[in-house]
Design a protein around this ligand. Structure first.
Ligand SMILES: Cc1cc2nc3c(=O)[nH]c(=O)nc-3n(C[C@H](O)[C@H](O)[C@H](O)COP(=O)(O)OP(=O)(O)OC[C@H]3O[C@@H](n4cnc5c(N)ncnc54)[C@H](O)[C@@H]3O)c2cc1C
Length: 471
């Protein structure tokens, strides 16, 4: 049996970034699916390519962990800046989330007049900018060194943000903007739901700022689909595609990984499966017990993919906010991404479109097959009708190659029913799982671990993990 220094289980954002940072070691990475990237993968269906979940790439800029990680991996992604990060449409109002602060304030003042809009959004921008300049950001457990670094990080956070790390977002909004309309509140919460998986009710001011400020950064479109980033990051690494690890056995100072094809021995193992799916991999009772402590986060995604045959010029991203909830979901908004017209791979058969919204995993798990098919179609049709209603020159007949995904689809392909990770809320701020575990050589990475979801959140976690792995 071949012995490895590092085995990574899963090629999601976390798994791929940590593997690429350690490619000079004797490293191996396993991916269950044929596509790399998990929630950020690109798949082929009906002869067309579609992004499975993630479509926006943020954080590829100086002094940001993503750029640092890509540079260390010596990989330059093929990306294009989106001039308008998202166009938000709500009750015929159109608000462009753009980097140009003054222009954005003009838009927001027209849509939701408030004498303190500028003060509020400037604070959001300032907090976010300050956050990405922090030098000691760290969250890890189970060793003296880890606790010291974590405490230093909290001191740095407190020194820079004072009460904003504990103060509730809701009271901050009220303090500056006063009692805002339901429409303005929905506008804020719909964006938080896509960036943080939660609304302003549950989070701190710091999370609020990070969740709302991402369009003030450069937002990139990934040419050839989001999944192409993983092909690049893992280019020169020992990669086992379509090989699921089904069991892991702890043996003295090593771990034995068992797939349906082979067995492997490793000194260090990084699990990119969600924290909720790790217990099942082990027979060791102590390890099982450790992972069972983390109760399942029921949040998941409903995604519709299709090709759109139109001559309309469309932006990369839109968010539509409705007055009522979308059937079988927990949201009144959906996020639409279009491929670039000049992207030869993605736009071969018209625009490649990904529409996503939030749903509960348990809903789809607990209905029978006939009901599942019926309810899935209901949700899909509602979203498509609503999409067409919001774009004057787009007709239903222009939409082809439709497919949609629920938590069950995600589980089938990428082994997870929860999608979108864990938000840092007022309730869980000290209970989040860290990348380290109480077991030597066993680590976790991904959006259910500190610091949460998406490219920027996971990259922070990868940086900490890399420090833990390499001292
Ligand atoms: C609909 C949707 C839209 C999103 N939009 C954006 C966006 O625009 N921008 C953004 O930055 N983020 C976005 N996110 C969030 C982001 O996609 C996720 O937070 C991120 O992709 C999760 O990465 P991860 O490292 O946790 O790995 P995952 O995506 O969970 O991938 C884990 C991988 O491990 C593999 N695996 C699991 N178990 C095993 C095993 N036993 N053996 C082998 N392989 C295994 C899986 O097949 C999978 O490929 C979106 C998420 C969703 C669901």
């Amino acid at each position: 049996m071949k012995l490895y220094d590092l085995a990574v289980v899963g090629s999601g954002i976390g798994g791929s970034m940590i593997a690429s940072l350690n490619k000079d070691k004797n490293t191996i990475i396993f991916e269950k699916d044929k596509n790399l990237g998990g929630c950020a993968s690109t798949f082929k269906r009906y002869g067309s390519y579609f992004n499975a979940g993630a479509t926006t790439f943020v954080g590829y800029e100086e002094n940001h962990p993503i750029k640092e990680i890509f540079d260390k991996a010596n990989y330059k992604p093929d990306i294009t800046k989106s001039d308008i990060a998202i166009r938000i449409i709500q009750n015929k109002k159109v608000i462009d989330r753009i980097k140009d602060f003054d222009k954005f304030i003009e838009d927001i003042n027209k849509a939701y007049p408030n004498k303190n809009n500028k003060i509020f959004w400037q604070k959001i921008k300032d907090i976010d900018e300050k956050f990405w300049q922090l030098k000691k950001l760290y969250y890890s457990k189970y060793s003296l060194n880890a606790y010291i670094k974590t405490i230093n990080s909290f001191i740095e956070l407190f020194f820079n943000f004072n009460t904003y790390i504990f103060k509730s977002a809701k009271s901050f909004i009220k303090e500056i903007l006063g009692d805002i309309s339901k429409e303005y509140q929905d506008f804020i919460d719909a964006q938080l739901l896509i960036t943080l998986q939660t609304t302003s009710k549950e989070i701190t001011v710091l999370s609020l700022a990070l969740g709302l400020a991402y369009p003030f950064h450069d937002v990139f479109y990934v040419n050839g689909g989001m999944g192409s980033l993983f092909e690049g990051l893992l280019n020169d690494i020992d990669l086992k595609r379509k090989e699921q690890i089904v069991k892991i056995i702890k043996e003295k100072d090593k771990y034995r990984l068992i797939s349906k094809k082979d067995e492997y021995l490793t000194s260090n193992i990084v699990l990119n499966s969600t924290i909720y799916d790790c217990a099942n991999l082990f027979e060791d009772k102590e390890i099982q017990k450790y992972y069972q402590r983390f109760s399942f986060n029921n949040q998941s995604a409903f995604v519709v993919n299709f090709n759109l045959d139109t001559n309309e010029d469309l932006l990369h991203h839109y968010q539509i906010i409705l007055d009522k909830k979308i059937p079988n979901t927990i949201s009144n908004s959906f996020f639409i991404s279009f491929s670039s017209k000049d992207d030869k791979k993605m736009s071969k058969n018209g625009y490649s479109v990904t529409i996503s919204t939030h749903t509960n995993a348990s809903y789809w798990e607990n209905i029978n097959k006939d009901e599942y098919i019926k309810q899935k179609a209901l949700c899909e049709n509602f979203i498509i009708d609503s999409f067409v209603e919001h774009f004057e020159n787009i007709n239903k007949k222009d939409i082809i190659n439709i497919s949609s995904a629920t938590s069950k689809t995600f589980r089938r392909y990428i082994n997870r029913a929860n999608c979108g990770g864990n938000a840092i809320t007022l309730k869980n701020i000290f209970q989040l799982p860290s990348c380290t575990t109480p077991f030597k050589g066993l680590y976790n990475v991904g959006d259910t671990i500190f610091a949460g979801q998406g490219w920027p959140g996971i990259a922070i976690g990868v940086k900490v993990l890399n420090e833990e792995l390499n001292g």
